[in-house]
Design a protein. Sequence first.
Length: 321
Amino acid sequence: MKRIHLFVRMVGFALLCMSAGAIAQDGRPLRVVVPFPPGGAVDTLARALSAPLSRALGQNMVIDNRPGANTVIGTDVVARAPADGNSLLLMATSFTVNPSAQARLPYDSLTDLVGVSRVAYNPLIICVHPSLPAHSVKELVALARARPRELTWGVASILGGGRIAGELFRETANIELINVPYGGGGPATVALLGGHTSMMVANVLECSPYLPSGRMRAIAVTSLARSAAVPKVPTVAESGYPGFDATNWFGAMFRSGTAKPLIDRMSVEIGRALQLPEVNDALARVGLTAGAMTPAEFDTFIRSEMQKNGRIVRSLKLKVE
């Protein structure tokens, strides 16, 4: 009898190891759900990781852009998917904002999804249209005070990292601006380039390609330290508002109930991919810094961010209607 029990345990262990060897065993591609349109920071990050993860996992990867409802549509796709490790959500700061900003969500943020790894983080950047007569934070604030509620500022989503950073800047500087949310970094960028908005608070990716030509003008980055991608651009903190700090981050999640070996394997492979020079170079070009975490660390981080951003959302009375 003891031999039978030992045999059963050995077989179970072998099967577990086999399941950890590849995320999918049936030839299906791994679907990476990006809750933003193509062209933004999250989409760029997904595509930078796709080749090394595909090689490591031995399966094809498909990027599935599902924008809308401040990332809720894409998140719900993964929350409703089978817990088989075949649908991976690449999410952003807005995931931790939505529970406090939306009256009802079609999923439970803390129980329906599980953290795999934080992937990267970055400062945000405040850029203006070249027609705006402001070249610094001081000039932008003075202009906003002279023209209250005339200046418009675009963001990639209704209430994500850019919106949080922008609202904190507006509150800190005591100015009035009109917010214009878009369905992703790409549309928000197009709007600013066309002069449909006065400014935007965005990932460095959205602004940096247009700075050398003067089609956009950088005012400041929102982190405490300057960004290596745009080292000449000052921080908000050094521009008259000491201590100002607002960064964006991105991470990967599976549906809850996914086998732990699959979660651990994906977390390890993401961490390895982020160490590759070509991936780091791709991230650096768009102002991102690799920042992997273990699943446990990322779950703790998500809960901490949810509490912090929840306080901000409630204090500013921000809501997604």
